[in-house]
Write a protein that binds this ligand. Structure first.
Ligand SMILES: [Zn+2]
Length: 265
């Protein structure tokens, strides 16, 4: 699933390609993917793109915004090719278009009042975010209040928004923390190291344009490159990049979890 670095990359590219463009038509191939009246956005110009955790908001000049959640397999492509998994086509002036592909149909595009974006039922539940409003003190406070495994808390969007499976795995490895460790058992120093580790992997993810190990593509249709720099994610049975021990995989809350049994305990 696209996480903070992937959605940030999408935000930056969409802003570059779409800002100032007028919407002249909307084709909805799968109503579940776009449940609102497309007339609400007809003729409107795109003024900017915002990001909230893993959700993008495309702001229009008519008082509405498009909230977009890609979920597991969503793609937003500028001038991309229409295919069997294309759910929505937003036609823009001068023959350009924005395509929403989604193999599994869990993602969505919703039309909301621009002034109500932060009050939206999904957005308002999001916890604070790394690289935005999640301070170290707030991070430590969140961890101190729960005995749930640290990896699950890192990925709980209502506690902390933006971090998903890839970056949680890599940050825990970088900070040498066992993904199963009860959050409140992390001491002060380790919490600080984990906070820095998450920042580092997210920044690296953004620098490489996100991870295209599965469905994610950048809006220009090219792949991100973070998958070539995974620290532990996807490295089952390969040697730990730090100590050489064999990386193991197990499932935690049904998500693939990779760890080094020697340096993450
Ligand atoms: Zn190791």
């Amino acid at each position: 699933m696209p996480e903070l670095p992937e959605v940030e990359t999408i935000k930056l590219q969409l802003e570059k390609f779409l800002k100032g463009k007028k919407i002249i038509g909307v084709e909805i191939k799968t109503p579940k993917s776009f449940p609102n009246d497309p007339k609400l956005i007809m003729g409107a110009k795109i003024t900017g793109v915002r990001r909230f955790g893993k959700v993008s908001a495309i702001d229009l000049d008519n008082g509405y915004s498009l909230l977009i959640h890609l979920k597991l397999t969503g793609q937003l492509l500028v001038n991309g090719v229409i295919g069997p998994h294309t759910r929505v086509i937003i036609n823009l002036e001068k023959g350009q278009r924005l395509i929403f592909n989604d193999l599994r149909i869990f993602g969505w595009i919703r039309v909301v009042d621009s002034g109500q974006v932060t009050a939206d039922s999904y957005i308002k539940k999001l916890g604070p975010e790394f690289l935005k409003d999640l301070t170290l003190d707030r991070f430590k406070n969140i961890l101190s209040k729960t005995a749930r495994p640290i990896k699950i808390v890192l990925m709980d969007q209502e506690k902390i928004s933006g971090v998903g499976n890839i970056y949680a795995n890599d940050a825990l490895w970088l900070a040498r923390v066992d993904p199963r460790k009860p959050s409140r058992q992390l001491d002060d120093k380790t919490s600080g190291q984990l906070y820095e580790a998450v920042l580092e992997v997210l920044k690296k993810g953004i620098r490489y344009g996100g991870a295209s190990d599965q469905h994610y593509l950048k809006p220009d249709g090219t792949k991100g490159k973070y998958q070539d720099h995974f620290l532990v994610y996807g490295r089952e049975k390969m040697p730990c990049l730090r100590c050489g021990a064999k990386i193991e995989k197990f499932f935690l809350a049904s998500r693939g979890t990779y760890w080094c049994p020697r340096c993450q305990s």
